[in-house]
Design a protein around this ligand. Sequence first.
Ligand code: ATP
Length: 659
Amino acid sequence: MPDRDVAGDVNVNAGAVFFFLIFCSDHIFPPQQNSVSRLPVMSSKRVLTASNSLENHDCQPAQKKMRKEPEPTKPKAAATIIGNRRPPVATTRAPAAKSVRVAGAATVAAGPSRGEMTDNSRVCVSWDAFLPPSISGGGGGTRRHAWDLKGKVSDMEGKIANYQGKLKSASLENEQLKGSMAQKQLRAAEMEQELQRLRAQLSDYEKNQQTLLAVQDELEKTISDKNTIQRDLANLKAKFTVMETLRESQEVELQTLKMKLSVQESTVARLQTSLRDSEEQVRSLMETVAQQKDDIHAGEMERRQLHNTIQELKGNIRVFCRVRPLVDGGLSEHIQLSTNDNKMLALAKTEESHVGRAGDTQKSYNFSFDRVFGPKASQQEVFDEISLLVQSALDGYNVCCFAYGQTGSGKTFTMEGDDTEETMGVIPRAVQQMFKTAKRLEEQGWQFTFTASFVEIYNETLRDLLYTGKANKRPEHEIRKLANNDVTVTNLTYQKVCSEDQVLNLIALAKQNRSTAQTNLNDRSSRSHSVFQLAIEGGNAGRDINCKSTLCLVDLAGSERMLKSQSQGERFKEMTAINSSLSNLGIVITALANKENYIPYRNSKLTYLLQGCLGGNSKTLMFVNISPEPDSFGETLNSLRFASKVNDCVIGTATANRK
Ligand SMILES: Nc1ncnc2c1ncn2[C@@H]1O[C@H](COP(=O)(O)OP(=O)(O)OP(=O)(O)O)[C@@H](O)[C@H]1O
């Protein structure tokens, strides 16, 4: 059955194409590859049309038939692998014949060429190439008659053979592609590995780069440090050079010093020998000095004894009279000084007679004192006479020196004097001598301490002249007698002094305090007693001797009589107080002279305060100051009478306060 055979051949050819396509889709473009498009599959509708019997018939007879057919026509290109564009229609296709396109003709997208096919390649295959010209309508073969089935079969077989050959070459090509793909895959895997390796290497490089950057930083820092160190090194080198120069100069100096030292050493050795000799001499001299010190001390003791004897012979109460000069420097006629000695003074007065001028009588009052100083006697002259008494104070005897006389007679001038070296009075001169003598006695091992106080007695009231506090807070003072018979004043300033200047400052302060208290209407300084006291404590540790005494220098208030001054009120009260204290002073001195059991020291503040400096254990000196003016005759006479009475007193023998 030729129809059936032809159909069977067609079916066989159609089935071969089908298998080829399946094969291509599975092998050339395997699904696992990530292709953008899959190979086209034959439409099921077309397959059913062309090969209904293909599935049920063996294709073997057709193949046998094909082998018998001579010279098959040259097949068209089974497939065209194109790029993105659709390939042009094969020129072999007959344009006149209307081709029957197989439904579902496949188009395979491929890369630019077969050799460079990648996953993204697309392959387009036209079905026309696989169909016989009778079916596809293409081909330029001879057109057979409808009844020439055999010829048609023969054409078909030729075509099949052609297709088989193409299939084989396609398979071959497929195998090559597979191999190529495998190589590519291998290559891709290798490249992936290479990429991984390069990435790892890159990572290593990056790490290395980081490390190198750190190293670079470190290196820069090191270089900076190095530069700093180099600079330091350069500085140090410069310093070293300076030091080296210094060292060299010092070495030279050292050598010089060594030479000097050796010279000095030999000098020292010589001096040491000399020193030993000197020490020997010093030792013998010290023995001599010690011997001489003993001699001096013995001499000093003897001097004191003789001095005291002289003082005793002179009397423990002595009275000096001092006549103030007139304003023009001369002397009034009524005061006559002895030209033979300087101990006599006469006060002359002419008394008018009742019977006429011729009957006038000259009355003279003669006085004798331990010493009379005329108007021209200097301050130094006066002090020379009492300096021995000041020495007695340092020897341990209480010494009291006071000035008595009417107002303006020169008491303050005698005791304090003026500010110049020439005119300064007894107090500053006594202080000067005291410190000078104390310094000299220090060489003999004596040490002295001096304590000064300055008090004013006004209207029987005590006032501290060294007070420096507020005027409205001045304390009150009381005289107290201590258990050791020392007299002290409560709340009084007792100022330790160690130099003449300190004492002079205190005297200046006392003057200031006195002047602030007086007014124009009330010349208070004339109506008050001022008492300067210097407590002296001496000790000779080497000979274990201590002594204690007080130098008391008093400027008494004016002694003018009450009648003359015709004082009233406050002035009367002042005069009463002054006269009371002065008369009590006379009474005390008289009682001492008469060696009475009771000495009324407490009758006045003055005698109570001077208690320690008056009496048996003291040496007393009274200045009686007189004014030369004729109208002061009466007061002068009064003062001289009082002084004479004191001068007549002989008060026991003074003993030094020594332990
Ligand atoms: N010997 C003297 N030589 C020179 N001037 C003297 C002498 N004596 C006293 N004068 C002067 O006489 C004046 C009165 O002396 P001073 O003040 O010493 O007297 P006074 O007795 O202390 O008086 P008052 O009792 O008022 O204190 C002073 O100006 C003083 O300088």
